[in-house]
Design a protein around this ligand. Structure first.
Ligand code: GDP
Ligand code: MG
Length: 301
């Protein structure tokens, strides 16, 4: 058999309400940190792409921002993003938290999938089984399966890497035959910039805790490769209030230094090269409700 005829290639969309472990699963599948993972919900604001190239297949995985009730324009945009990719995918992974019964948000996601005119195969995946007793897993399996009869069922622990190989094998099986969409060598260049912005934001969220909750956006102003293993990145953190600017910068610039140091470390892990990172802080009072600002931050096209 020739390689072309047996190679498979396609798109897989990851959906699920915030905090069920979508980013963790994506990272585990790609075995590299590509999406921000945080104990707080809604860290992943923007659609994340991860491209997994295997000897026999290439899978483009999209981690969508959680579907939740929009409170402002950013929320609306995130919902549109999440809904958008559903019908286009070759497969949908609907990730749920096995440690909790289905919520109204889970029901809404099931309803959206059911409403698709030509739904791709759905892989209903119960995550966090490491936190459940066998009896709980059985209970949840029934409760979630009832929301979407006919879905393929998988049990995993994305955090521990359990069950993901079986899921991956099943996903590869459903992809259509065809050549790869992306040259594996270009992937890093295409997405490193976006990923770097997420990692800076994640570092800020981790270090600032409750002080400047969701009011931060990050823009990468420059991403210059200086050599094969060395890059320069300049980024701006946008905050909503003057008082927040002071908090982000900290006494004598101490907080910003810590954010920069943590982010640099994460970006170096992700890109496997030495990074020089320069951060600035600016106040933009209405970035959440300003369509132009959202476009500038890459939330819209
Ligand atoms: P997302 O909002 O769906 O992208 O969720 P994240 O990937 O950011 O994960 C949310 C939280 O759940 C983080 O604290 C993860 O460490 C945790 N988590 C994810 N997968 C598992 C798992 O399999 N087991 C356990 N115990 N925790 C997990
Ligand atoms: Mg996420």
């Amino acid at each position: 058999m020739s390689q072309e005829s047996s190679f498979r290639s396609g798109f897989v969309t990851l959906v699920g309400r915030p905090n069920v472990g979508k980013s963790t699963l994506l990272n585990a599948l790609l075995k590299q940190k590509v999406a921000a993972v945080s104990p707080r919900p809604q860290t992943t604001r923007r659609r994340q792409l991860g491209i997994l190239t295997l000897p026999q297949a290439q899978m483009v995985l999209m981690d969508t921002p959680g579907m939740h009730s929009p409170r402002h324009k950013l929320g609306e945009f995130m919902n549109a993003e999440a809904a958008d990719t559903l019908g286009d995918a070759d497969a949908i992974v609907w990730l749920v938290d096995a440690s909790q019964p289905p919520t109204p948000e889970d029901e809404a996601i099931a309803a959206r999938i059911t409403a698709l005119s030509q739904p791709p195969p759905v892989f209903l995946t119960l995550n966090k089984v490491d936190t459940c007793s066998a009896a709980d897993v059985e209970l949840r399996r029934g409760q979630f399966a009832a929301l979407l009869p006919g879905a393929n069922l998988f049990l995993i622990s994305a955090a521990r890497g359990q069950g993901q190989d079986a899921l991956l094998a099943a996903l590869v099986e459903t992809l259509p035959e065809g050549p790869p969409y992306y040259d594996p060598d270009q992937i890093t260049d295409l997405y490193e910039r976006d990923i770097a912005a997420d990692l800076v934001r994640e570092a800020a969220l981790v270090l600032l805790r409750e002080e400047v909750p969701h009011g931060i956006a990050v823009r990468i102003d420059e991403y210059t490769e200086r050599s094969e293993n060395n890059a320069y990145i300049a980024a701006t953190l946008f905050v909503e209030r003057d008082s927040h600017k002071g908090i982000v910068i900290g006494k004598g610039g101490d907080m910003l230094k810590q954010i920069g140091s943590l982010a640099r470390q994460k970006i170096e892990e992700m890109s496997d090269r030495k990074i020089f990172l320069e951060l600035r802080v600016k106040v933009d009072k209405n970035w959440r409700d300003n369509p132009d600002a959202l476009r500038g931050f890459g939330y819209s096209t």
